[in-house]
Each structure stands twice: as structure tokens, then as C-alpha cells.
Write a protein that binds this ligand. Structure first.
Ligand code: UGA
Length: 427
């Protein structure tokens, strides 16, 4: 059992905390946001992620998980995991202020400590961050020496929102970037409760692995959409083509070739831009990354074009089913639903929207002028045309009657579509 402090209680921090606490570690979450801290201490959670609330609630009652606003309460911890946000700056690069702030806070809290500890970053950060930002910030604030008094690691996360608990518990791999083997041994011990192969490497290699993986996956999505757009134009069934291509042992059946509106969420759009900004700083061209982003920006508009070919959009009531960027999450960051709504409003349509979990976040975070329905069925009943923007499974069971239905995300079985099914964005 290791005493772990997790700085930042977003999707990554909370999932990491809850899983480690459930595996027997003693975990404290540190966050500036009182409602988040109070929720965890009450065995609850301010975000929706399947299985997360249950893990938090059982770990809090067992006493292996608690939260605090005050980092001083974490000063006995042996491992500090930094899970704060790295928002995008105007030039596309990653803003590392929260990372540096967290490292300083850890250093200040541990000034008087004599026992060795490790500071590990779990947020997605550009290569060089652990060594050039985290390490000196902890050294300066604590007066201690890295490699002697404390260790430094980079342990990137590979969690998909909507599957975060499952992805963490049954990891494809755990990457441990380490300043030295003593730092890495400690993280290796912490992660021994997690299934999956472990790769130990240098700090910048671990940082770059995360960017390469996310850029690779994002590129696959833009590529899938390009192929699927062509298939649709030629009257070819993309899903059969995808299946056949994925039978090639060199193309994984799990590869990100599900065509649709493109990639949303807090990671792919931001990470591809950040790694591109780093390449530009090195005076390197980024042909593949540029094309990935350009294709992705154009993709959602194709669905609107498709509807506009069949109907005059002005004054039509368009029902947008789904606001979250992925099913099984309440996160609307960079959701393609927002692009669809914005474009529909521009074209003077009236928008009615619904999501099983993301309505509150839409109310708080978006200023788009969409009416909100209280159920999927109400949305269908009150709309002239329906767009599927998030593939929530429960949308399959609604009664679409004879309303025209367009899919931006693949939801229906090809053999069993709604009565007035008008097709998918690229199928
Ligand atoms: C992504 C990665 O999949 C995780 O491995 C990574 O850890 C995470 O980013 C991160 O950096 O934190 P996430 O963004 O939560 O996870 O969700 P995904 O399931 O990857 O979906 C991202 C977007 O791509 C969604 O809008 C989804 O609809 C879209 N997508 C995904 C496709 O259009 N096609 C696909 O085949 C897969």
C-alpha cells in the first residue's frame, strides 16, 4: 500500500484516485474546487463516468479515499500524481501554468519532509515538461534536490471518457517515464495492481508516447472519414469495407476507423494542435497533422449539407440528439454537437437538443441558443427533423415515428433503421 496524493479532480484525477483507492492504496485528492472536494468526501462525484461513483463511495466508506482543499494535508504522501488541466493557448501550444503551479504547491508543502517522495505527471504535457518545469519548480519550492531527496516520473494516462475505469483497470500498457530507476521503482510498485504490460523509459519519451498515440488515433479518424465520404459518394457500404480492411493482421480491429462527425473531446483536438505547435517551433512541417485537423473541421458540416439538400432549414425545428462528445460521458468539450447546433442556428433553423447526461454541462458551458428537451422522446415528438449527434445506446429504443432521421454517429443496425431513415453522414 502506498500513500498517494492526486492533484486535480477532473476525469483523469478522479478515476485514478478511485481505482487506486479501490486497489488498497491510501489516496487523498487535492482540488481547489470545494464542490468537487465535498462530493468526494460524501462518497459522490461531480462527473459522470460509468462505475466511478460506486468506486468512490465504497473507497470513502472503507477509509482509503478522501479529498481536501489543502495540500498540507497530503504532506505524508509518498507519491504525488499531477492530474491538472493543460488547456490550449492561442497558438495551439499547451498552457503549463497549472502544471507548474501544482509542482510548486507540492514543493512548498514538503519543505520540512525528510523522507523520499516521487512527483509524477499524469496530464498530457509536451516533451521536456517533467524535466524542465516540474523538476525545477519542486526543487525551488522545497529546497530539495531531485534524484536525491525526491524522484520525478511521467506516467501518461490512456483513458477514454465513457470507459475510463475499465481502461485504467485493464490497461493496454502502463508507461513509466523516470528520472532514475529509484523514481520508476516507486511508480512501478504503485501500478503493480494494474493489469497490462509496463514500459519503463525516459521522461521525454513517456511524454511523447502520449502525443504519438493520440495523434495516430486522431489521424485514423480523419482517414476513416475520408474513405467513408468516398464510399458514400460511390454508393459503397463503408462498414463492410472497414470490416474487410480490419481483417488485415496489420490493421487492428480496435483501430479508430469508426466514421462519423469527427473527433471531439478534451484530448484529440487539443493534443494534435499542441504537438503541431511543438513541431513548428522546431521548424518542421506537419503535413499529416495539418490534414488531420483540416479534414476534421470540415466533416460535421457535411451532415448539415446533407439535410439542407433534402429540406429548407430556415424555421424548421431540428432535434439534435446528443450533446456529449462521446456516449457514456457528460463532457461536452469540443463536442461536434456544438458545431452542428451553431451551424443550424446560422442557417436560421430552430434547434431542440437533448442528452441523457450532458444537459447541465451544456447549460453551464455553452451560450448556444438551443431549446432543451426533457427526454429523447419529447425531442422527437416536437422536432421536424432528427440528427443523431452522439451514439447513446438508449437512443435506439426511441420511437422515431415517421420523422426524417440523419445519423452523424453510427447508432442503428443497417438492417433495422427507423421508418424514415435518411442515411448517415458518410454511409
Ligand atoms: C482519447 C484516447 O482514446 C485515450 O486513449 C486518451 O487517453 C484520451 O483521449 C486522453 O488523451 O485523455 P477520449 O477523447 O476520452 O480518449 O475518447 P475517445 O473514445 O478516444 O473519442 C474521442 C473522439 O473521437 C470522440 O468524439 C469519438 O466519437 C471520436 N471517434 C473515436 C471517432 O470518430 N471514431 C473512432 O473510431 C473513435
Amino acid at each position: 500500500m502506498t500513500k498517494i496524493a492526486i492533484i486535480g479532480s477532473g476525469y483523469v484525477g478522479t478515476t485514478t484516485a478511485a481505482v487506486f483507492a479501490s486497489k488498497g492504496h491510501s489516496v487523498i485528492c487535492i482540488d481547489r474546487d470545494k464542490p468537487k472536494v465535498d462530493a468526494i468526501n460524501n462518497g459522490e462525484c461531480t462527473i459522470f463516468e460509468p462505475g466511478l461513483k460506486e468506486l468512490i463511495s465504497s473507497s470513502v466508506s472503507k477509509g482509503s479515499l478522501r479529498a481536501s482543499l489543502n495540500i498540507a494535508e497530503a504532506k505524508d504522501s509518498e507519491v504525488f500524481l499531477i492530474c491538472v488541466g493543460t488547456p490550449m493557448k492561442a497558438d495551439g501550444s499547451a498552457d503549463l501554468d497549472y502544471i507548474e503551479g501544482a509542482a510548486k504547491d507540492i514543493g512548498s508543502a514538503l519543505k520540512d519532509r525528510s523522507k523520499y517522495f516521487v512527483v509524477a505527471t499524469r496530464s498530457t504535457v509536451p516533451p521536456g515538461t517533467a524535466r524542465n518545469i516540474v523538476l525545477p519548480a519542486v526543487e525551488k519550492a522545497s529546497g530539495k534536490k531531485a534524484g536525491q531527496d525526491f524522484g520525478v516520473c511521467m506516467v501518461p494516462e490512456f483513458l477514454r471518457e465513457g470507459h475510463a475505469v475499465q481502461d485504467f483497470t485493464n490497461a493496454d500498457r502502463v508507461v513509466i517515464g523516470e528520472l532514475d530507476s529509484k523514481s520508476g521503482d516507486m511508480l512501478n510498485e504503485v501500478y503493480s495492481c494494474i493489469k497490462g504490460p509496463k514500459l519503463r523509459c525516459g521522461l521525454p519519451e513517456a511524454e511523447m508516447i502520449k502525443y504519438m498515440a493520440n495523434s495516430y488515433l486522431a489521424k485514423d479518424i480523419s482517414f476513416a472519414n475520408e474513405m467513408a465520404n468516398l464510399c458514400k459518394s460511390e454508393g459503397i457500404d463503408y462498414w463492410t469495407v472497414k470490416k474487410g480492411a480490419q481483417l488485415d493482421s496489420r490493421i487492428s480491429p480496435r483501430s479508430f476507423l469508426v466514421a462519423g462527425l469527427g473527433f471531439g473531446g478534451s484530448c484529440f483536438p487539443k493534443d494534435v494542435r499542441a504537438i503541431r505547435a511543438l513541431a513548428k517551433k522546431n521548424n518542421l512541417n506537419t503535413f499529416v497533422l495539418d490534414a488531420t485537423l483540416k479534414a476534421d473541421a470540415e466533416q460535421p458540416l457535411k451532415l448539415i449539407e446533407q439535410v439542407a439538400k433534402d429540406f429548407e432549414l430556415k424555421n424548421k425545428k431540428i432535434g439534435v440528439l446528443g450533446l456529449a462528445f462521446n456516449p457514456d460521458t457528460d463532457d461536452i468539450r469540443e463536442s461536434k454537437s456544438l458545431i452542428l447546433i451553431e451551424e443550424l442556428i446560422k442557417r436560421k433553423a430552430k434547434v431542440l437538443a437533448y442528452d441523457p447526461k450532458a444537459i447541465e454541462n451544456f447549460r453551464k458551458e455553452s451560450n448556444l441558443n438551443a431549446e432543451l428537451a426533457s427526454s429523447g422522446q419529447e425531442l422527437i415528438d416536437k422536432s421536424d427533423i432528427i440528427l443523431i449527434a452522439t451514439a447513446w445506446k438508449e437512443f435506439k429504443d426511441l420511437s422515431y415515428k415517421d420523422k426524417p432521421v440523419y445519423e452523424g454517429r453510427k447508432l442503428f443496425d443497417s438492417a433495422n433503421p427507423p421508418k424514415n431513415y435518411k442515411g448517415g453522414i458518410c454511409w
